[in-house]
Design a binder for this molecule. Structure first.
Ligand SMILES: Nc1ncnc2c1ncn2[C@@H]1O[C@H](COP(=O)(O)OP(=O)(O)O)[C@@H](O)[C@H]1O
Ligand SMILES: [Mg+2]
Length: 397
């Protein structure tokens, strides 16, 4: 007796074939899900989706259509089966009379199993050109406005089923979510870029304004006609300029709440002017230590005063030598920043607390502001000032 159903060339019954196709569709959806979650680059993701969707539906053609609102058309952004000159070039109408347009505008999936007899829609020219017999269209939608349409086409006899459209919609949903995520990431990135640009801009302005104050003081120093006043105004100008530089170095670091002190002081120490040119400044920071950003500028100013003194008084005219700036962590709750020279040493009667010099007064005041103690070590040769300050648990490394 003749069997009711002809066996396929592989020997499977149509039921078995359908079952195998459904299993493959499940696998493909899982694969697409992984690709979407992995953050696959956009173009690649579209290509994979088109290829795998066509495979899952055993169709020769598939395309990802992107909606171009200005032209009210759907551009072929990716696809398989179309050969040269279609992807990135060809488009179909996005009006309700085109199947893809209908899917886009209503959000409803569209199956056309007999395009030649289709009465609901006109058959787009592209499909006619390729002799497409049947097509399915589903919307590609994330959370926001739709991206476009996913369409699968075939020249072969046969019909797409409700199961097939469920698979197609599944693939489109995964792609839609991936597109949405990428759009969102792009927006976040551009917001972050803008934020950083603004921050840089503001920093530049602050620095420039401070530099302007420094230059005005400098001009005034030259114009005042009294050597003592000239000296004072010159120093004031240098200090304002030190604030500007300390501030500028701070803005380079991306971390807003804390700074890594070794790195920061290394930057600050690059900025010293001619007054310390006869000395070699060595910044040592064996351990990474962090401080709240608000402490950065006072710290930079203290170091700047101490280094300037070491150069000016430790190594007087005609001499020179090394100056060490060291960052240490004597214990977990403490941080020590010291400036040491191997110069002539402090005057015998020197007392930082009662020193009349403005530099030491500034250092003492800023140290107090930081909650730090200033220590002065007696050395066989030279001078060492250490600033010891507590570091809070939340700004530790
Ligand atoms: N590293 C050092 N070596 C030798 N003397 C120093 C050193 N640091 C500070 N002094 C002494 O401390 C004095 C006060 O310094 P400072 O307060 O900065 O005043 P100034 O405005 O003169 O720089 C200086 O005049 C100098 O005698
Ligand atoms: Mg000084």
């Amino acid at each position: 007796m003749k069997p009711v159903v002809e066996p396929s060339p592989t020997g499977d019954s149509p039921m078995e074939r359908t079952l195998r196709q459904r299993v493959r569709q499940q696998e493909i959806l899982a694969e697409l899900g992984v690709l979407a979650l992995q953050g696959t680059p956009f173009v690649q993701l579209l290509d994979h989706t088109a290829r795998l969707t066509a495979e899952g539906l055993e169709a020769e053609f598939c395309k990802v259509l992107e909606y171009l609102p200005a032209e009210r058309r759907l551009l072929v952004r990716a696809g398989v089966g179309w050969g040269e000159g279609i992807v990135g070039v060809a488009s179909v109408g996005a009006d309700l009379e085109s199947p893809a347009g209908y899917a886009l505008q209503t959000g409803k999936p569209v199956i056309s199993n007999h395009l030649e007899n289709e009465e609901r829609f006109r058959t787009p020219e592209l499909l006619v050109r390729f002799g497409i017999r049947r097509a399915m269209n589903v919307i590609l939608q994330g959370d926001g406005s739709p991206y476009g349409v996913l369409e699968v086409d075939s020249r072969a006899e046969g019909e797409f089923s409700a199961h097939d459209i469920a698979f197609l919609q599944g693939a489109a949903n995964l792609l839609g979510m991936a597109i949405e995520r990428q759009r969102y990431e792009a927006k976040l990135k551009s917001a972050l870029d803008r934020h950083q640009m603004l921050l840089m801009e503001i920093s530049h302005r602050v620095k420039n304004s401070l530099q302007l104050v420094a230059s005005m003081l400098h001009l005034q120093a030259k114009a005042v006609g009294d050597p003592v006043l000239t000296g004072h105004l010159g120093e004031a100008s240098n200090r304002v300029s030190a604030v500007a530089r300390a501030y500028d170095r701070l803005a380079v670091d991306a971390d807003v709440e804390r700074i890594e002190i070794g790195g920061y002081l290394r930057e600050v120490c690059k900025d010293f002017d001619d007054a310390v040119a006869h000395c070699e400044i060595k910044v040592e920071a064996l351990e990474r230590a962090y401080l709240a950003t608000t402490a950065a500028i006072p710290l930079a100013l203290i170091v700047s005063e101490l280094v300037t003194n070491a150069a000016k008084y430790g190594y007087p005219k005609g001499t020179g030598g090394p100056i060490w700036v060291s960052v240490r962590r004597p214990d977990s709750g403490q941080l020590s920043i010291s400036v040491r020279d191997e110069g002539v040493g402090l005057p015998a009667d020197f007392d930082p607390a009662t020193s009349k010099g403005l530099g030491m007064r500034i250092v003492t005041a800023l140290a107090r502001q930081l909650g730090a103690t200033l220590r002065q070590q007696p050395l066989a040769r030279g001078t060492e000032f250490s600033l010891v300050l507590p570091i809070e648990a939340d700004v530790k490394s």
